[in-house]
Design a protein around this ligand. Structure first.
Ligand SMILES: *Cc1c(COP(=O)(O)O)cnc(C)c1O
Length: 384
């Protein structure tokens, strides 16, 4: 196994399972049973139609979806969904759609929705620096809203909702880009789920949309065809040339989830142990490491933290890189450290990181004691 890949804690594109990369490598030269390179197979071939069909079946079975849902593979990333959702559901609406402003990515979704119709921001975490998520009693959902939109896992800040929000009589729309297929998600309580592949389930280029048929009936008729979900339903996600490679890799990841991991319950258990391990290192560190997120809202996918000073953050990043870890730098919007521990990252890799973190703390504390630690942080010295 390529050791650098194994220790890639990147926030996105994220690390993929080794066995998926190996199958992909082989497919670039020759797809088994086809005899052609993956990059040169027609998207109109029977082979590709079967790939799309199997991928759809796998996602349906992983999520336990009923027949009245469509599963689509679109382009444009999650960002395109920030517009497609309100184009479909908000144009001409007298009532505002309700959005939660829980972090960096929901902050990107809201202005795009406002271009299409009225939006009410139900709650914003801006005042608390996006360090926590709202409780139910902070959220007054309206029965009249055309839909409610939120992001299940705020990738940048490392905040994750551990419950389903909203009301059952208002369509729920959720951006699950960074935790899709990381755990069971009660998919049938959502009217529309979207998730690009490149955090947790594949490479950039494809976005999975799971949408209830009912929701598309009221869509305006004058949408550009490419931005109308119904076009892609009719074309079986093959309206124009789709990203064949990206879709194929997502298929390989779903096969791995089903055959190797054994389903989403088991994936969730593995992901939970990885996250527990890192958070326990943070919590046992006497504030040498400081978790960004409030305890109850901590993300299982993105563990965001800081050290006492920006200089220590920098030293941690430099030394972790030298020790073989990559992708640990926080998002450019907020800095700090972020360990993204998506499905493809193994428990063994997380154990290595936990060990490195404990060791780094020991070494820093020792050098602070020895007096060669110049950025005089009191909390450091007094906890030795
Ligand atoms: C990364 C991310 C996005 C942006 O996705 P693109 O595919 O680059 O448009 C949107 N939402 C969430 C939750 C993300 O993590």
């Amino acid at each position: 196994m390529n050791p650098r890949n194994a220790l890639n804690f990147s926030g996105g594109p994220g690390a993929l399972p080794e066995c998926v990369l190996e199958q992909l490598q082989q497919s670039i030269i020759e797809v088994p049973g086809v005899g052609l390179s993956l990059l040169g197979i027609s998207h109109r071939s029977e082979w590709f139609a079967a790939v799309v069909k199997e991928l759809e079946t796998n996602i349906r079975s992983l999520l336990g979806l009923a027949a009245d849902y469509q599963v689509l593979f679109l382009q444009g990333g999650a960002t395109q969904q920030f517009s497609m959702v309100p184009m479909t559901l908000l144009r001409g609406s007298a009532h505002p759609a309700e959005y939660l402003h829980s972090g960096y990515w929901s902050g990107k979704a809201i202005p795009d929705a406002r271009r299409e119709g009225p939006v009410r921001v139900l709650w914003s975490g801006a005042a608390n620096g996006f360090s926590r998520l709202p409780d139910d009693d902070e959220l007054g959902f309206s029965p009249q809203a055309p839909y409610i939109h939120y992001i299940s896992n705020e990738t940048v800040e490392g905040l994750q909702f551990h419950r389903v929000l909203g009301r059952d009589d208002v369509p729920r729309v959720c951006d699950m880009s960074s935790d899709f297929l990381s755990q069971p998600c009660e998919a049938e309580r959502f009217a529309l789920i979207y998730a690009h592949a490149q955090k947790n389930i594949g490479p950039a280029g494809v976005t999975v949309v799971v949408v209830r048929d009912e929701l598309l009936k009221k869509a305006p008729d004058n949408l550009p065809p490419f931005l109308d979900y119904r076009t892609h339903v009719q074309a079986h996600s093959n309206y124009n040339t789709p990203p064949v490679l990206a879709i194929y890799v997502v298929l390989l990841v779903t096969r791995w989830l089903i055959e190797e991991i054994g389903g989403l319950e088991r994936m969730a258990r593995i992901n939970r142990s990885k996250a527990d391990l890192l958070y326990s290192v943070l919590d046992a560190s006497d504030r040498f490491y400081r978790a960004r997120a409030a305890t109850q809202d901590r993300s299982v996918m993105n563990v965001a933290f800081n050290l006492a000073t920006p200089e220590l953050d920098k030293r941690f990043l430099a030394e972790s890189l030298a020790a073989g870890f990559s992708g640990l730098g926080g998002h450019r919007a907020i800095g700090g450290i972020r360990a993204s521990i998506y499905n493809g990252l193994t428990l063994a890799a997380v154990e290595q990181l936990a060990g490195f973190m404990e060791d780094f703390q020991r070494r820093q504390t020792r050098s602070a004691l020895a007096g060669d630690f110049r950025s005089a942080d009191k909390t450091l010295a007094c906890h030795i």
